[in-house]
Design a protein around this ligand. Structure first.
Ligand SMILES: Cc1cc2nc3c(=O)[nH]c(=O)nc-3n(C[C@H](O)[C@H](O)[C@H](O)COP(=O)(O)O)c2cc1C
Length: 179
């Protein structure tokens, strides 16, 4: 098992990362974990070339890092705070790049994504408002025929608030147990 955690908060040490790290504590010792903060790998604005040149330019730099990490993983965990009832902008931009990677020659992005599981972790100030975030991730997984692991949701706003959300901490303990 190779798990890629993609952190999508726009601040360091946020609640979403804290909750994701709690969930990761229960992973088997032999599971390889890789943690990437999307803010450390900013992507240029996404360009849709499907109906012009069709094949996007070969990925380089941060894009290549994120593509290679995505292909490496058996499991991708999107750790996105709830921003305006949906995923954060860095997460959305990463997902947009999937639309280009599907067209890369010699990458087999779609068949390789089919072998993976997509998970989500999110923290929001107001609970019960995360259906669009969940829908974005779950429908994206469905589109690519990935397995769907579900979304672990916690409550918080100020850093470390989520440590007061007892039910989220309990849920974190069993989140990856369905693996
Ligand atoms: C740009 C922005 C948009 C937000 N939108 C929402 C929202 O729609 N619903 C909500 O409950 N909380 C919203 N919040 C609060 C965050 O979800 C909350 O602060 C959360 O803890 C942030 O995650 P982090 O601690 O991992 O950075 C927003 C915060 C920011 C900065």
């Amino acid at each position: 098992m190779k798990i890629l955690f993609l952190l999508g908060s726009s601040r360091a040490g946020g609640n979403t990362e804290t909750l994701a790290r709690r969930a990761a504590e229960t992973l088997p010792a032999d599971a390889e974990q890789r943690w990437l903060n999307l803010n450390d790998f900013p992507l240029p604005e996404f360009r849709d070339v499907r109906h012009t040149i069709r094949i996007p330019p070969a990925p380089t730099g941060h894009e290549k890092t994120l593509l290679d990490a995505s292909l490496w993983a058996t499991d991708i965990v999107i750790a996105s705070p709830l921003y305006w009832y949906s995923v954060s902008a860095p997460v959305k931009q990463y997902l947009d790049y999937w639309s280009g990677w599907m067209y890369l020659p010699d990458t087999s992005f779609k068949p390789r994504m089919r072998e993976k599981t997509l998970w989500g972790v999110s923290v929001a100030e107001e609970l019960g408002m995360e259906e669009h975030l969940v829908g974005t991730l779950q429908r994206s997984a469905n589109y690519l025929k990935m397995r769907w692991g579900g979304v672990l949701v916690g409550n918080g706003n100020r850093p470390d608030d989520v440590l007061n959300d007892a039910s989220a901490l309990v849920a974190a303990k069993s989140f990856f147990q369905t693996v």
